[in-house]
Write a protein that binds this ligand. Structure first.
Ligand SMILES: [Zn+2]
Length: 99
């Protein structure tokens, strides 16, 4: 079980239903509003490596720099909240480019 060094939240290997997932999203929103978490762009170069790296959303802890991946439940898959593999370096902080 991996933890953020700041211990704000544990790894989750599957949500216990939509209510559980929605509660977790609220927690994420709260952490973002407190500037503890920030959403970071997904680096599409990892798409070739493994498709699942690009699904969901990526977040970075502003305290310790640890990066996390959130995957929405897609029954029967129960969703995930897991650290990004260490070899994946997040892109520099910048706004999304939509073009
Ligand atoms: Zn942290």
């Amino acid at each position: 079980m991996e933890k953020c060094a700041c211990c704000f939240v544990d790894q989750i290997d599957g949500f216990d239903g939509w209510e559980d997932y929605k509660l977790f999203l609220k927690k994420i929103d709260q952490l973002i509003s407190e500037n503890i978490l920030t959403e970071i762009p997904i680096d599409i170069k990892y798409q070739k490596e493994a498709n699942f790296f690009t699904t969901g959303k990526w977040f970075k802890c502003t305290k310790c720099g640890k990066c996390w991946r959130l995957v929405e439940p897609d029954p029967p898959l129960r969703g995930l909240w897991v650290p990004l593999p260490k070899h994946i370096k997040p892109l520099p902080n910048r706004k999304y480019r939509w073009k």
